[in-house]
Structure formats: C-alpha cells, structure tokens
Ligand binder design. Structure first.
Ligand SMILES: C[S@@+](CC[C@H](N)C(=O)[O-])C[C@H]1O[C@@H](n2cnc3c(N)ncnc32)[C@H](O)[C@@H]1O
Length: 192
C-alpha cells in the first residue's frame, strides 16, 4: 500500500517544514518544540548549480530538501544526521530510494575513510562548538579547489563557530548570498 503523502507546509520565507516533525534534537538530549525547516527554493537552486559532478558531504540531512538538490547533480552524497526520525525513518528511506547516489548515515564516522569530497554543505546543530567541529571535519578531507557551504550564517552560534574557524584558517574566505538562510560560500586560497 502506498504511504500517505507527507503534509508539507511553507514558512513565510518559502522554507518547507512538516507538521509531523517531532522537532530536531536540541543538542542537550531534548528536542526543539518547533518543526525543523528545509532550505528555501533559491538555496536549493544555488546548491544544485554548485554540486554538479561533485563528491559531496552534507551535515544535517533534516527534511532532505538540500540533500535532494545536491544529489540531483552530484556524483555521490553522504548525508549525516543523528536523528533516528531522519536516518531510520521515512525521510532517509525515501531519499535513498529516489537517489541511489545518496547514503544516509547518523555520524561522520560512518563515512568511509577513503572517501574524499569537494563540496560540503553544513546545516546541522547551530551551536558554536558544533559548527567549529563540523567545519574542521569538512576541511579534513577536502580536495584542492573544494568548497564549503554554510546555512544560517546569521544565526549567533553559526556566526561564532565560523569566526573560530576563520581564526584557524586565515586563507579561507566567505561570500554570503542574500537568501532567507544567508547561505555562505567558503573557499580556500592556495593548497592546505
Ligand atoms: C535545519 S535541519 C537541516 C535541513 C536540511 N538542510 C533541509 O534542507 O532539509 C538541521 C538538522 O541537523 C541535524 N543535526 C543536529 N545535530 C547534528 C549533528 N551533530 N550532526 C549532524 N546533524 C545534526 C538535526 O537533526 C536536523 O535534522
């Protein structure tokens, strides 16, 4: 029997969300009381135009909106989300059914050690420490010429985590798109 269609809604800024969402993990063992938001349509379009034939890692699968945009053009996408509602539930199952180049995992440790990437999209936990760690992981196996993208760069935790990252990586630069989630495109000058 076919599954019931998901009950998609849109925020005033066009960001998709689901009423049935239990709320994303808050990083302290609980859950947020509001549903998580997917990226806005303009952000999906930017991600698709940057991911063509790239090997991608995504931190924060969420509703899989950005994952689908990346996977529609990428060579391969590993997408990470510790929430069982995402990686063990319908979101993860439907992503991997629709896009055979997607692998959903709950932790970066599940990404094979020999996989190197040339694009990372970070939209996971929005705390300073998580963003700092995600950025450090993102550059650890980034191919020369690779890029990082951050969502919600205007959120306080993301902003602070990025500031820590740029203090460690003086040759990293960010251009910000004026999108609802202030998508940030980071590129590194020279070879690391
Ligand atoms: C805003 S949602 C991502 C939305 C997604 N970009 C989309 O377009 O559908 C953030 C996600 O990050 C996940 N998350 C929380 N902590 C994380 C962590 N430590 N690593 C990776 N993802 C995490 C949450 O479970 C949540 O699903």
């Amino acid at each position: 029997m076919a599954a019931e269609p998901l009950n998609w809604k849109k925020s005033a800024e066009g960001m998709p969300y689901l009423d049935e969402d239990p709320g994303e993990p808050d990083g302290a063992g609980g859950r947020e009381t509001h549903p998580r938001m997917g990226v806005a349509p303009i952000e999906s379009a930017i991600l698709s135009s940057l991911a063509i034939r790239r090997r991608v890692v995504e931190i924060g699968t969420g509703l899989g909106i950005s994952t689908r945009a990346l996977a529609s053009v990428a060579e391969a996408v590993y997408t990470v989300d510790p929430d069982p509602w995402v990686y063990q539930g319908r979101i993860g199952a439907e992503l991997m059914r629709d896009h055979p180049n997607i692998v959903c995992v709950p932790h970066t440790k599940q990404i094979p050690k020999d996989y190197r990437w040339d694009l990372v999209f970070i939209d996971g936990l929005h705390t300073r420490e998580a963003v700092r760690q995600d950025a450090a992981f993102a550059v650890s196996r980034l191919e020369p010429g690779g890029i990082l993208l951050f969502h919600d760069t205007n959120w306080p935790g993301v902003h602070e985590g990025l500031r820590d990252f740029f203090a460690q990586e003086p040759l990293a630069f960010m251009a910000r798109f004026p999108t609802p989630g202030q998508l940030g495109l980071v590129f590194m000058l020279g070879c690391r």
